[in-house]
Design a protein around this ligand. Structure first.
Ligand code: PLP
Ligand code: COI
Length: 361
């Protein structure tokens, strides 16, 4: 499969694009192109086409509208010191996209084909990559069930789409986010879709997000479905807890039990924190461990991590069991160090010892 190039003959004017890039926000503006590829049960994947960004025309009975058979990914392209552009561990996104597809009975896209579409879009829309460290081009591949029909069964047609949006920080790095720990709603149960990056997981989370907002919190933290006791992850981010301070600190993240999304940032921080000399551990952490650890002072920092949010400190955590605030409620030194280290590697300012960056230009 190839990526055919059909450039936009009427792209955004440079002055308008520069204005967008001066305050990109998140998901506010889209680049001049998108990529489309189709899959059919009988003929497999078509070539992909890079074409002008624009609306889709779909029959109202298209399956994705009814039963939500959809998956997506999120990754970023980062400006490099020499003006080049790199992706961060894109093969990991490609593999997760294939695993999500398998769980949702959608076709798996070959890793090389997926990567070729990403590279084609980034190359074509390279001028949309923000130039500041901490800003990037957020890339959103997704796959939808496009057979027309209302029978409940796996679609025999699917459409892959790829779009990109310049992105500033998802949260203000100087502030800590506040979280609402939901005991009423759950995100994922064993055997469910928690490990897949499917739209349905996010649709089901929104009512809890509304509750969090009513409680004055920015985000929801999910507990396990069975005991409502084990801390899993946040709305769109994995979690980390720092026990102790200085170089003897231990950095802990909830173990992947089959219900959490295996974050690429989470995985990278396990390695990066160990490179920085911290001991790291993946283990089950209960809501009591969190609360008691913060109250005794043993837990000195808590942070969330993900592609969109990078590394964001968590200040106050609120739940039916009370409210507790980690440290002074501001981003702590280890959170800041890990954030700087990760951004430094992604932006080519710190040596990429593990070969994570994939140069596109
Ligand atoms: N958890 C959820 C539910 C997410 O949506 C995301 C975002 O992709 C993450 C964790 C973090 O994953 P990653 O670091 O691969 O972006
Ligand atoms: C990401 O970090 O890519 C996410 O998926 C988080 C959110 C924007 C859904």
């Amino acid at each position: 499969m190839k990526v055919l190039i059909n450039p936009n003959s009427n792209p955004t004017q440079a002055s308008t694009r520069d204005q967008y890039l001066s305050a990109p926000g998140f998901g506010k503006y889209y680049t001049d192109h998108m990529v489309v590829a189709k899959w059919n049960e009988k003929t497999g994947w078509s070539d992909a086409t890079l074409q002008p960004y624009g609306p889709l025309s779909l029959d109202p009975a298209t399956m994705v509208f009814h039963y939500g058979q959809e998956i997506f990914e999120g990754m970023k392209a980062y400006i490099q010191p020499d003006g080049g552009i790199s992706l961060f561990r894109p093969e990991a996104n490609a593999k997760r996209f294939a695993r999500s597809a398998a769980r949702m009975a959608l076709p798996e896209m070959p890793v090389d084909f997926f990567l070729a579409t990403i590279e084609a879009l980034v190359k074509q829309d390279k001028d949309w990559v923000p130039k500041k460290v901490g800003e990037s081009l957020y890339i959103r591949p997704f796959l939808i069930a496009t057979e027309v029909g209302l029978g409940v069964r796996p679609s025999n047609e699917a459409t892959y789409l790829l779009i990109a949006t310049p992105a500033a920080a998802y949260f203000n790095a100087a502030n800590a986010v506040t979280v609402w720990i939901s005991t009423e709603y759950v995100r994922a149960a064993q055997g469910g879709t928690g490990e897949a990056k499917c739209g349905g997981n996010y649709a089901a989370s929104l009512v809890a997000q509304q509750q969090a907002a009513k409680q004055g919190c920015d985000q929801v933290v999910w507990l396990d479905a069975k005991e409502r006791f084990w801390v899993e992850e946040m709305g769109g981010m994995n979690l980390y807890f720092v026990k102790g301070t200085g170089k003897s600190a231990k950095i802990i993240t909830p173990k992947l039990t089959g219900t959490l999304l295996p974050g690429i940032t989470r995985d990278s921080i396990l390695t990066l924190a160990s490179d920085l000399g911290y001991s790291v551990e993946e283990k089950m952490i209960s809501i009591d461990d969190w609360k008691n650890g913060v109250q005794s002072g043993e837990i000195s920092e808590t942070f969330a991590c993900g592609t969109a949010a990078v590394v964001s400190a968590i200040g106050a955590a609120k739940s039916n069991a009370g409210t507790w605030v980690t440290g002074d409620g501001k981003p702590g030194p280890i959170t800041n160090e890990i954030r700087q280290q990760l951004l430094g590697i992604q932006h080519g300012q710190i040596a990429d010892k593990h070969g994570w960056n994939k140069r596109v230009i």
